[in-house]
Design a protein around this ligand. Sequence first.
Ligand code: TXA
Ligand code: MG
Length: 326
Amino acid sequence: MKSSDVDIHIIGSDLEQALAFLTAGQLVGIPTETVYGLAGNALNEAAVAEIFAVKKRPNFDPLIVHVANLGQIVDFVLDFPFAAQKLAQHFMPGPLTLLLPKKAIIPDLVTAGSDLVAIRVPAHPLTHALLEKLPFPLAAPSANPFGYISPTTAVHVVQQLGNSIPYVLDGGPCGVGVESTIVGFEGDQAIVYRKGGLPIEAIEAIIGPVQVREHSSSNPQAPGMLKSHYAPHTPFVLGDLDALITQHTQAKVGVISFQTSFSKIPPERQITLSPSGNFNEAAQHLFAAMRQLDAMGLDLILAEPLPEEDLGRAINDRLRRAAARA
Ligand code: TXA
Ligand code: MG
């Protein structure tokens, strides 16, 4: 869908407008450094229920709570382990979500009945200003229909949720481009449940080795989430691109590569995430690339894994989930 096909009148950068809707219990699309969120008053059960309804998200999949600054976290959690505090001091605001024991003020609906709340301080000036002015935190999942690719521009949000929400605050394209890294704790042992915009190497440099718990479809409570997620509608295949292109010469394919381009594929059907091999740039472009090719009516999208390091890990996780069709 082109941006000209959607009602862009609900997009703006008017903080007062966003504040008014949120205060009235309505939902607003908000920019963060990772992806756009579908935000509502985290302490208002009706607003939270509306988030699940608009996203068509199952109630067992809990929401992240967004606060203005590190100091506010203690208002909503019962315990803040030392390792979590160290991470918070180094990486908040930023693409880090901490799973911590919740206070009763956080509705059970937000956490899907869990005693733990996922909480983060987004690093985006507009949303920071919004949170500073609001007397409540914002529950915000990524602003996409459940199971689809997360939005990294305001237009992406309107294309899919524009009929269901009154306003999208436009903060430009997201700088990080993949969702936050989710970290929980068993004592002082940190466990990464979702690889994301904060690389594991950066976390380990501060608190030492972490465990990584991959997703489990038998336990959807685990924040690694369901296996098929971030999925375009077009069949998506991950592997060695030279081999895949040779194998699929009869099909109309699109290609997402890390650095290289391919002479056998028309240029308009291939997207190179970062010609210079920069992980940050690749992450920034990933979801928009998946959306762009998904809108072209192709038979197949082909993609290659990146090196399994730094943000390459989060990118590969999203690519694998896109390729995993339940
Ligand atoms: O970067 C991000 O984290 C973005 C932006 C908008 O902040 N948000 C985001 O939210 O990615 P969402 O809802 O798309 O993904 C959050 C994941 C959920 O899949 C859920 O499984 C996990 O976090 N989660 C949230 N609260 C949890 C909890 N209390 N316990 C376990 N997992 C939780
Ligand atoms: Mg999401």
